[in-house]
Design a protein around this ligand. Structure first.
Ligand code: SF4
Length: 114
């Protein structure tokens, strides 16, 4: 890939990431998510919550009880007798998919830029 192509893709990645910042999205697309209308981010993140990866690409959905492909220390098992496997992976305290460096990493991989 030549440097001009890389530069163009990186510039578009920056636009995508900035477009999906919570504070930007709630102003431009207030009906897109109930959290925008209520001005209540669904996760606490160091810095600004970013909504691009609403669903985490690291969630292991190959198992019915779920799991984390990167073993994030912020995820945890939730145990309950009525669950089919007695437990399910709980991401509610993890901010990984909402941090901009995570989004940039996945988009760069997708577009083949380093
Ligand atoms: S949100 Fe966090 S704990 Fe859950 S799958 Fe993604 S990285 Fe793992």
């Amino acid at each position: 890939m030549n440097s001009k192509t890389r530069e163009t893709i990186n510039s578009h990645l920056n636009k995508i990431i900035s477009e999906f910042r919570f504070n930007n999205r709630k102003l431009k697309q207030p009906k897109e998510c109930p959290c925008y209308e209520q001005n209540k981010p669904c996760h606490n993140v160091d810095g600004e919550l970013n909504c691009f990866l609403c669903y985490c690409p690291e969630y292991d959905n190959s198992k019915s009880e779920g799991g984390c492909k990167i073993n994030s220390q912020k995820g945890k098992w939730y145990f309950h007798d009525k669950l089919p496997k007695g437990k399910i992976w709980d991401c509610s305290d993890c901010d990984n998919p909402h941090r901009e460096e995570t989004i940039r990493k996945h988009l760069k991989k997708l577009f083949g830029v380093d």
